[in-house]
Design a protein around this ligand. Structure first.
Ligand code: SF4
Length: 295
């Protein structure tokens, strides 16, 4: 008779699979070469493995680059430990892994928002009032990525609507665009308490939704506002001052990191540096660069 999976393990597995499904990962395959420990040595997280993959892990040459060199160590395919009892379940025949990737390629912002739902995946949900998903054109050529919502954003459910947001709006208008022409979002969708920086586990839980947003919009240029956004997309621990204003890459798209508008409110002298960065973006987007506009 088939062995029953304990209820707690079943729930854990079900939650985990639900999370991957939200990320657009729906097909798994068992590594038949994986070494499975004898029954007596098996723990909850045994060495049996299930691999899954996403498009960016499959494409060659799409790793982020910094100053012409790989900025990071090569991203290893993710390996998810599962129970040996689960690994003994039959592998269900279905479409290939590559077909599931095509589905991710057809992603839409609406679908991503639906998948996010009333998210409680990380601890930031506890104090938030509204999820701040993102705002702007789903076909934007330019995407701005910030760190996380502040108090005003949390109250309104919209990104960059406080003081820093007003400054960002001015910067966008100085580029000859309007907010509705671009897309604005954050690494985490819920406000960190006391406006602290999002923690590593919060970033890693929420950022796959940001990656999907970027893939769905397929912008020409991504501008990271501040270190958290830059570090998340570039997977680097280097300080933003080391690569601010340089053209880098995120999944084959042009990426430029500059200072966060909140930093500019505290350090107005840095506005001219940011304007120089934005002028580079304007040149790539074919926008007219007006001389003398430095703030
Ligand atoms: S920050 Fe992201 S992962 Fe965390 S609860 Fe909010 S939406 Fe969910």
């Amino acid at each position: 008779m088939a062995e029953r999976i304990p209820e707690t393990l079943h729930k854990k597995l079900s939650d985990r699979l639900g999370f991957y499904e939200d990320l657009g990962i729906r097909l798994f395959y068992r590594d038949r070469g994986a070494v499975v420990a004898p029954e007596s040595e098996r723990r909850l997280e045994p060495p049996a493995t299930v691999h899954f993959s996403t498009p960016e892990l499959q494409k060659e040459g799409t790793l982020p680059k910094l100053a012409g060199k790989p900025a990071l160590q090569k991203i290893a395919p993710l390996v998810v430990p599962v129970s040996p009892k689960i690994s003994s379940l039959p592998v269900v025949a279905g479409p290939s892994l590559f077909e599931s990737m095509d589905r991710i390629a057809d992603d839409t912002l609406l679908k991503i928002r639906e998948d996010l739902g009333e998210c409680t995946r990380c601890k930031l949900h506890r104090a938030r009032h509204k999820i701040v998903f993102g705002d702007g054109s789903p076909k934007a050529e330019l995407v701005f990525v910030g760190e996380g919502p502040g108090a005003d954003e949390d109250a309104q459910g919209l990104p960059f609507v406080g003081r820093a947001g007003k400054l960002l709006t001015q910067m966008i208008e100085a580029m000859g665009l309007q907010r509705k022409d671009v897309y604005i979002c954050n690494v985490v969708k819920c406000r960190p308490p006391e406006n602290r920086q999002p923690e590593e586990d919060e970033v890693s839980t929420c950022s796959p939704f940001l990656f999907r947003q970027i893939d769905a919009i397929a912008p020409k240029v991504i501008v990271c506002l501040g270190a958290v956004a830059a570090k998340t997309l570039l997977q680097t621990n280097r300080g933003i001052s080391q690569f601010r204003g340089e053209w880098l890459e995120f999944r084959g798209r042009k990426l430029l990191a500059t200072y966060h508008p909140a930093y500019l409110l505290r350090n107005p002298a840095a506005k001219s540096e940011v304007w120089k960065d934005l002028q580079k973006v304007m040149a790539v987007l074919g926008l007219e660069v007006k001389k003398g506009k430095s703030e």
